[in-house]
Design a protein around this ligand. Sequence first.
Ligand SMILES: Nc1nc2c(c(=O)[nH]1)N[C@H]1C(S)=C(S)[C@@H](COP(=O)(O)OP(=O)(O)OC[C@H]3O[C@@H](n4cnc5c(=O)[nH]c(N)nc54)[C@H](O)[C@@H]3O)O[C@H]1N2
Ligand SMILES: Nc1nc2c(c(=O)[nH]1)N[C@H]1C(S)=C(S)[C@@H](COP(=O)(O)OP(=O)(O)OC[C@H]3O[C@@H](n4cnc5c(=O)[nH]c(N)nc54)[C@H](O)[C@@H]3O)O[C@H]1N2
Ligand SMILES: [Mo]
Length: 768
Amino acid sequence: MDGYARGALVGTHWGHFRVSADASGIRDVQPYEGDDNPSRYGSSLADGFDASVRIPQPMVRKAWLETRDGSGRSRGEGPFVPVSWDAALDLVAAELERVRKTHGNGAIFGGSYGWASAGRFHHAQSQIHRFLNGIGGYVSSRNSYSAAAAEVIVPHVLGLSPYGVIEPSYEEILDHGSLMVAFGGVCPHNNQVVPGGVPHHHDRALLSQFRARGIELINVGPMRQDVPDYMDQCWMPVRPGSDVALMMGIAHELITNDLCDLPFLTTHTVGFEDLAAYITGQSDGCVRDADWAAGLFGIGADRIRALARKMVGRRTVIALSLSMQRAEYGEQPYFMGIALAAMLGQIGLPGGGVGLSWGNNGRGLYGTRRINFSWGKLPQGRNPVPDFIPVARIADMLENPGAPFDYDGGRYAYPDIRLIYWAGGNPYHHHQDLGRFERAWERPETIIVQDSVWTASARRADIVLPATTFLEREDVVCGMGQSVSFSAQAAAPYAQARDDFAIFSDLARRMGTFDAFTEGRDTAQWIRHIYQQSRDNAAAAGIQLPDFETLRALEVVDVTDQLPRSPHPLERFHDDPEGAPLGTPSGKIELSSDRLAAFGYDDCPRHPVWLERKEWLGAPLAYRFPLHLLSPQPQNRLHSQFDFGRASREAKIRGREVLTLSTADAAARGLADGDIARVFNDRGETLAGVRVTDDLMPGVAQLPTGAWYDPDEEGIDRHGNPNVLCPDRPTSRLAMGPTAQSCLVEVEKHTGPLPEMRAFTPPRLIDE
Ligand SMILES: Nc1nc2c(c(=O)[nH]1)N[C@H]1C(S)=C(S)[C@@H](COP(=O)(O)OP(=O)(O)OC[C@H]3O[C@@H](n4cnc5c(=O)[nH]c(N)nc54)[C@H](O)[C@@H]3O)O[C@H]1N2
Ligand SMILES: Nc1nc2c(c(=O)[nH]1)N[C@H]1C(S)=C(S)[C@@H](COP(=O)(O)OP(=O)(O)OC[C@H]3O[C@@H](n4cnc5c(=O)[nH]c(N)nc54)[C@H](O)[C@@H]3O)O[C@H]1N2
Ligand SMILES: [Mo]
């Protein structure tokens, strides 16, 4: 049909694709024929061999090669010296050995946060952690940039991880639900990414049934387009960062009109009195009612009261997106969202209660028949180094060795890092306040980055090791869906690129840990071994998976029909709170927590609170920087991956990432569609292309993440990367999570010539 033989099936986090390649590169990419709703950016895989971004061979930064100590300041300026694999790996092994001997393994930062690619074996984090554990360990990181605040607060409140309560599923909402109040919407493109890979995208098929089933959807958030256009929605625009106030206004209406489910609150929760006293003002004199909330974020108090009434007496689910916890005091919207659902008394009922980390990563899309066994994986071994950081405190750590920090009730000290080794993540994508980060990144003596492309992080490394991509190797892929796939090798490795496993095996040989690292298996044997583990685990749970060769021939195997319906983790608790208690100290939902109180954090006290943010539209800083900048997930790629690909590039405006503004804010600044704007605050400045819409509330601007950081000599980014603007400030002492979504900026028209971009031009190389 497409003129080529059926291509190799390749599994990615954003779906499966058929890739045809020959010696000259990739010829064609088609969506997997089994997916009736593929991601729109599969076409970018055709650029997987783009020579302007791929790293052809190992590289060493010239200044580092010549001077070693004290050369960190010139990181980012290149030039690089291409070297042989042997020379590069000798250098890496010698540096690891030197740092280990002189300072101990506690001076090696191997947290290596990032998504890398799908695949059970070629998983860069597992590979690097296994390797580093084998040589005595490394400083690790805890939690994720995605959901740190939720990951730490939810266990205190529900006794479960936020990923353990992702139900109710959409199936249940369709069958039993009546109302969904979605804070942050149910963003269609975000739902198409499923960590670990997925062959079929169910979002459209499920969400498009809402209308016919008469389920009401309220989108509480700044952007109308957070709900797909084929769904009916009632849009309630609210200022970013104000959700807790809105929830409290709703709660006040419920409490003062006897609309709370008191029997549920009595049998299933503790601490409601504390929270009620705070909301009604009994405890501190401040009444947090609908009028108070309306005053804070400019929605009519009547609308808040009406919303409260709407939620009572019908099956209601409160869905919380992750975006609002990636913000100052990001623990609070999750804490209060659970409390509000508890007041409605439906937690644990099908199609009701609370949906956590909703609207992305396939949450709720894969039904009630869940995988009831664990997939095999590469064992990482044990890390003997106890030191860790909350993942987003990296700049703080590099700047303040030895300084104390708080985290989830403990007090720790930052380690003194001499060497950083990163494989499978892009810190110059994911971290905030890149200006500060760049200064902190100067401090380590040695930085090693292993990636397939010249990301900003690779450009700022001393030793760069080129890795293959998923196009160039085979693997077994399985995400949170109910299927497992064989991901085929579509092409030979690019230039001298090697698999992470091959790189670490050769390093292990140099460090004397080869046998322990490989356990005598080569790549093909490891892939089969890990798949056999999956088979064994499945068999123990009564699920049959075919043997490896059959999987390879079938390509995709779906086990949904074999899976029993698994109950909502909170269903048993709902039915029998004494017999099936939660993992909290009281066994119940803790709306006020003695344990949190004992931590003594004023920025995350015992019950949900409204705290004034430093950056939001109600802050004094908004006089100088009157727009709230949100940096959502990009529609045309995953994070920074394949930013050089055609789908991502075609969506840009004159090469820059797209800044969305409301009609009113654009007009006030003389900006129109297609203009280039300067976006700035005290932390930095970037250039972006302007798109104007009526679907975004005035006062809010959106600039998606992922445009490759491309600063000029003055540090002004030329490409539209929001992280030059976003703050590097922790959510609270509890989770110490990232707060990218609490960011104020101003926007002006860019006049004068457009600076030339360098993001996709390779750094200068010097031939020795
Ligand atoms: N301002 C702002 N910043 C944010 C966010 C936000 O909302 N706003 N969101 C945050 C969130 S939720 C996340 S999850 C992070 C994501 O941050 P990251 O996960 O760091 O971003 P990616 O672009 O996915 O980086 C993955 C890197 O791994 C490389 N890679 C892929 N496969 C392989 C492989 O097999 N081997 C090796 N060695 N490398 C490989 C890719 O080329 C890429 O450079 O960003 C965070 N940053
Ligand atoms: N295409 C694509 N999909 C992805 C990813 C990607 O890179 N590309 N990344 C994946 C990853 S790693 C993650 S963690 C998830 C993240 O999933 P989310 O965190 O849900 O994603 P965002 O796009 O940051 O935010 C969704 C919407 O929340 C709204 N919002 C922002 N702040 C607030 C607020 O304070 N209150 C309310 N009510 N709404 C707010 C914004 O309008 C935004 O469009 O997405 C995943 N999906
Ligand atoms: Mo994420």
